[in-house]
Design a protein around this ligand. Structure first.
Ligand code: B1M
Length: 216
């Protein structure tokens, strides 16, 4: 039953059927499916198929837009549920997070922000296409112990390095831990740009953020 709902949800994202994605997300919640399972087994597989179809030329930009919208609207239903389930009352630390300049991919970054917040971090989400100087200013102003840089494009992952260099140039690099992530990013890249850590997904980002906080 739950499996059937999740499969239908995956298809609704692939087909860009926003109304069905919303209805099926509600149905899955009512059926007692955990929000993280709805994301990882329902929504994300759909987005992956959409990405593959876009790469192969079967889908075009409007298909990405509508699939992104379906996932985002489903996420709006899931975010309060995630927070309710995971809330830890002790403050784990302050995090500034955003998608780097030139990149408007929002969904993965917002999921990481939600999970950090649900796990007790105080999160300042700067949104998408965030200029390097804004990351720098907000890190300094907020006194955050962690900064999270999301990049979904091979052309924008280099901006993660720019932000680290800007923190260095401003003399604040040693005050803040830098966490990087996003589909084209990996541990090797994180090491090469001098980031403190790389996380593959939102749950790994939370675990890593906790570990880095312990070190700072
Ligand atoms: Co775009 N896009 N897109 N897109 N898009 C990709 C990323 C792509 C892989 C599709 C493809 O070709 N197969 C490709 C990138 C190729 C590359 O560079 N290697 C691509 C492209 C090319 C583009 C455009 C250039 C298309 C064009 O205009 N010709 C354009 C770029 C615009 C720009 O940013 N300047 C573009 C635009 C868009 C939309 C706006 C239409 C839309 C985004 C809508 C939105 O966010 N509001 C969109 C979408 C939806 C995608 C795909 C299909 C799905 C992305 C997504 O939301 N995934 C994507 C293909 C794919 O990834 N399968 C694709 C679901 C999300 C939960 O996963 O974002 O990976 P993800 O986040 C994960 C992890 O990566 C990680 O945790 C998250 C949760 O588990 N993570 C972090 C992410 N950030 C992290 C930060 C961390 C730690 C972990 O610490 C700080």
């Amino acid at each position: 039953m739950s499996q059937e709902i999740l499969e239908k949800l995956t298809n609704s994202v692939i087909e860009g059927d926003v109304d069905a994605a919303i209805a099926l997300t509600k149905e899955a919640l009512h059926a007692g499916v955990e929000p993280m399972a709805i994301i990882n087994q329902g929504l994300v597989p759909g987005m992956n198929v959409v990405g593959e179809k876009f790469t192969s030329g079967e889908y075009f930009l409007p298909n990405l837009v509508i699939a992104g919208s379906a996932m985002q609207q489903a996420m709006q239903l899931l975010e309060p549920e995630l927070k309710e389930r995971q809330q830890e009352r002790t403050s784990s630390g302050k995090v500034v997070i955003g998608t780097v300049h030139g990149d408007i991919h929002e969904i993965g970054k917002s999921l990481v922000a939600t999970m950090l917040s649900a796990n007790g971090f105080e999160v300042l989400d700067l949104g998408v296409d965030v200029p390097t100087e804004v990351f720098l200013t907000k890190v300094i102003e907020s006194g955050a112990q962690l900064v999270g840089l999301s990049a979904l494009l091979t052309t924008t992952m280099t901006v993660q390095r720019d932000v680290i260099e800007a923190l260095d140039d401003a003399g604040v690099r040693d005050r803040v831990k830098v966490l990087v992530g996003g589909a084209p990013v990996n541990q090797e890249w994180a090491d090469s740009i001098g980031a403190d850590g790389y996380a593959e997904d939102a749950m790994a980002a939370v675990a890593l953020a906790k570990r880095l906080m312990g070190e700072s």
